[in-house]
Design a protein. Structure first.
Length: 300
């Protein structure tokens, strides 16, 4: 009996390492989420978690998410540094400033861009096919769509000749999009009227400038200043006597007239697949950045 008890005891002891390994394997993955979109319950963060759930990841069960969201750029840098020190499995970012903050904070933790205007043109990655660092994800390549937006607006409203646009001098993606929009407008006999905005308080005055300058059309770029303030912009634009073209479909859902471009919710959902691959061992340096161009008709 004692021998049997001893053998049984050995079996129990030999099982301990296996139990420990199972516990290690079931340890939740840790994900950081960095964005200028305020509020954990925002549409984009919800869409991201829905994408994770479709792949089998449930917050509070097999993943934990450290949410860090702020419209303030200095706070964004502090949050990025905080996340970089947490030894996370991956950091997901929403928008150019969040991507740049995360890249500045860490060169080792994998970073997934949920969206970015032009990661190559702004120096985030050397190429879309081989990003070659700890950064990968999705891009809607907004500067490449600039000419098409001008063309669609001109086709729908042939009388437009003085085309206004809102742009933020502090965001490098705006400069790229502004350059390509101006070139496309000039090719169609239009004059581009760039109106600088740096904060939400500038929008109402900017529309006053457009009217004073004789604008008869408007293009709204889709970037981190305009996206979270889309409803304000649409409301102001709808009061004007001229048509407005937008860079994302969400603007139309907010009441905008016409848009040519992807839906951000689709990009956030798709970013979950990048997270999934990284958690399964893929290296960001070897994962091409997805270029999400619009292949559908514009919404009106």
């Amino acid at each position: 009996m004692r021998r049997r008890e001893f053998i049984t005891g050995l079996g129990a002891v030999s099982a301990w390492p296996h139990i420990g390994q199972a516990q290690v394997r079931s340890k939740p993955h840790r994900i950081g989420f960095l964005s200028q979109q305020p509020g954990q319950s925002s549409l984009f963060s919800r869409t991201f978690t829905e994408g994770l759930r479709e792949l089998g990841y449930v917050e509070g069960q097999n993943i934990t998410i450290e949410w860090r969201m702020t419209p303030d750029r200095e706070q964004l840098l502090r949050f990025a540094t905080e996340l970089a020190r947490m030894n996370l499995d991956v950091i997901v970012t929403g928008g150019g400033p969040a991507v740049r903050a995360a890249k500045q904070a860490t060169g080792t933790t994998p970073i997934v861009m949920s969206f970015s205007g032009d990661p190559v043109g702004t120096g985030l990655v050397p190429s879309l096919s081989r990003p070659g660092s700890n950064l990968t994800g999705l891009s809607f390549m907004s500067p490449d769509l600039s000419a098409k937006r001008v063309e669609v607006l001109a086709e729908a409203f042939p009388a437009v000749r003085r085309l206004a646009t809102l742009w933020n001098p502090e965001d490098p993606v705006y400069a790229l999009e502004l350059e390509r929009t101006e070139k496309a407008a000039r090719g169609l006999g239009m004059t581009l009227l760039p109106i600088a905005v740096r904060a939400i308080r500038d929008f109402e005055g900017a529309f006053g400038e457009m009217v004073a300058a004789g604008a008869d059309g408007l293009i709204v770029f889709a970037h981190t200043l305009t996206i979270p303030n889309s409803r304000t912009i649409v409301e102001l634009a709808n009061r004007q006597p001229f048509p407005a073209m937008y860079g994302l479909r969400e603007y139309v859902l907010d009441g905008g007239l016409i848009a040519y471009g992807p839906r951000l919710t689709d990009l956030f959902r798709r970013s979950a697949s990048y997270v999934d691959r990284i958690l399964k061992g893929a290296k960001p340096a070897d994962m091409p950045v997805s270029n999400r161009r619009s292949s559908k008709s514009p919404l009106t």
